[in-house]
Design a protein around this ligand. Structure first.
Ligand code: BES
Ligand code: ZN
Ligand code: MN
Length: 495
């Protein structure tokens, strides 16, 4: 189920007098009230509140005030030190503003854009952050009295050019695709088996004129995708390989023989661990073990709308990892599409098995560069928490491009090593590789994937930590975050 926001976005060059049901949000920097771009009564209030020490402007803080002189409400948003502001800071602040405004039954929010460089980026991030902030995953709640909608967001800035309008529209398109991704990843495993996941992908593809093709269980077997089949065969819900293509027809400057980029996303619709079953605590979170796959689809959804100049193919190997009499057993060996054999030491290390076939298939389809996204390991959460994705690569130049795109998108990633000096955990006595061999597992998993990427420039983003929020934050509810969509869109936009 999806609920789309229908926030109206506007730009104005002056803040009008506020009416009932309206509020104005202003960004406040630590120790620097005059950077907010505010003037008149708003600036006066910001200065007096800061002088009194009631609000310091620290990152991720906010204060809602009812000001008699302003009539409507004033929302102060802390951005922290001026020098440390990045896209992520702005996205969070705008998200907080939209959520707080809605909670306070505000219908129309004015947002004074801060006076920091690159207006277009800021306008894009604020529109994006607001739409992201309005997401809720409570599709199954019978609410007696739903909150009234925040209907309108008006950005206040001295420049109301077409370029600025286009930037806010870009922010909205991207955020709506991130929210579409979140809705999929928040959907319970019971209502989103691989076939249904594929149906949702096809529905989206149709809406945005993308080409889509799904390989069913028979084809997966027939083509020799033993990794994907091995993981999927234990479930009553058969596996599927979803393939979505964006061919920028009619977009100037793109030729048929141009580079083809492949985005590959892990699509485990529920991960019980299989025969190596997980303990029950927090197992329900494994409904979002297809977050990487959903992010790949969400990115294509945005890329198609933005008509970006790059041929892109999205691949989502999807399966349900279940124990049963038909399930793969620890010690079994699978033969993958690439020809390599893998000993399945632990059936809970299933992501690398389905991705090995996803990567091999991307190469068969002649991808010249690859990025994969996966909720792959608990190990990356130990290393980086939920603040940064783990970035692994076989190509320094490609790694740098993805890392920089991630940073610009407000989804920072941290480069981790991958190389044969770490090969011990994937060495098998009976097969080419094994799928698990102890610590450090995030690196071992990445090293195994690198064998399937071969010499094609490849980046692997382990989003196990960044794709899920354990607790609600001021800018987001508990649950999936849509991590990776913005990075992929930014990466394709750059080219
Ligand atoms: N899907 C999990 C990784 C994961 C864990 C994602 C926590 C999000 C939150 C993956 O398939 C998995 O089960 N990994 C195991 C592998 C191990 C048992 C071999 C892990 O990391 O614990
Ligand atoms: Zn998994
Ligand atoms: Mn697992």
């Amino acid at each position: 189920m999806t609920k789309q926001s229908s926030l109206t976005l506007q730009i104005k060059t002056e803040l009008p007098e506020l009416a009932k049901g309206e509020a104005v949000a202003v960004c406040v920097f630590e120790g620097e009230p005059n950077l907010s771009n505010a003037s008149g009564a708003v600036l006066k209030t910001v200065e007096s509140v800061m002088r009194a020490g009631e609000f310091k402007g620290e990152d991720e803080t906010s204060l809602l005030l009812h000001d008699a002189e302003l009539r409507g409400a004033l929302l102060l948003l802390g951005l922290g030190q001026h020098q440390t502001i990045n896209t992520a800071t702005l996205l969070r602040a705008a998200g907080t503003a939209a959520r707080q405004a809605r909670a306070s039954r505000v219908k129309h929010l004015y947002f004074i854009l801060p006076d920091i460089n690159d207006r277009e980026r800021i306008a894009c991030a604020v529109a994006e952050g607001a739409v992201l902030g309005l997401y809720d995953g409570n599709f199954y709640q019978n609410r007696e009295e739903p909150l009234p909608r925040l209907e309108r967001l008006t950005l206040i800035t001295t420049d109301a050019s077409d370029a600025l309008r286009a930037a806010t529209e870009r922010g909205r398109i991207i955020a709506e695709s991130v929210n579409w991704t979140r809705a999929l990843a928040d959907e319970p495993g019971g209502t989103l088996p691989p076939i249904e996941f594929a149906r949702r992908a096809a529905e989206m593809a149709e809406e945005f004129s993308l080409r889509v093709e799904t390989l069913d269980a028979d084809e997966i077997k027939a083509r020799g995708m033993g990794g994907l089949w091995g993981v999927g065969k234990g479930s009553d819900n058969p596996p599927a390989l979803i393939v979505v293509r964006y061919e920028p027809e009619g977009v100037e400057g793109v030729n048929e023989d141009d580079e083809l980029w492949a985005f590959v996303g892990k699509g485990i619709t529920f991960d019980t661990g299989g025969i190596s079953i997980k303990h029950g605590l927090d197992m329900y979170e494994m409904k979002s073990d297809m977050a990487g796959g959903a992010a790949v689809l969400g990115a294509l959804r945005a890329i198609a709308q933005l008509k970006l100049k790059r041929r892109v193919i999205g691949l989502v190997p999807s399966a349900e990892n279940m124990p049963s009499g038909k399930a793969i057993k620890p010690g079994d060996v699978v033969k993958t599409l690439a020809g390599y054999t893998i000993e399945v030491v632990d059936t809970d290390a299933e992501g690398r098995l389905v991705l090995s076939d996803g990567l091999a298939y991307a190469k068969q389809l002649k991808a010249s560069r690859i990025v994969d996204l996966a909720t792959l390991t608990g190990s990356i959460i130990v290393a980086l928490g939920s603040h940064r994705a783990g970035l692994f690569s076989n190509d320094d130049e490609w790694a740098k491009r993805v890392e920089e795109a991630a940073m610009r998108a407000g989804e920072p990633a941290w480069r981790m090593p991958v190389g044969d000096d770490y090969k011990k955990p994937i060495e098998s006595a009976i097969a080419d590789f094994k799928n698990y061999g102890g610590r450090p597992d995030a690196t071992a998993a990445a090293l195994l994937l690198s064998k399937f990427a071969g010499s094609t420039p490849w980046v692997h983003l382990d989003i196990a930590g960044t794709s899920w929020l354990d607790d609600a934050r001021p800018f987001a509810p508990k649950g999936s975050t849509g991590a990776g969509v913005r990075t992929l869109v930014e990466l394709v936009s750059e080219s």
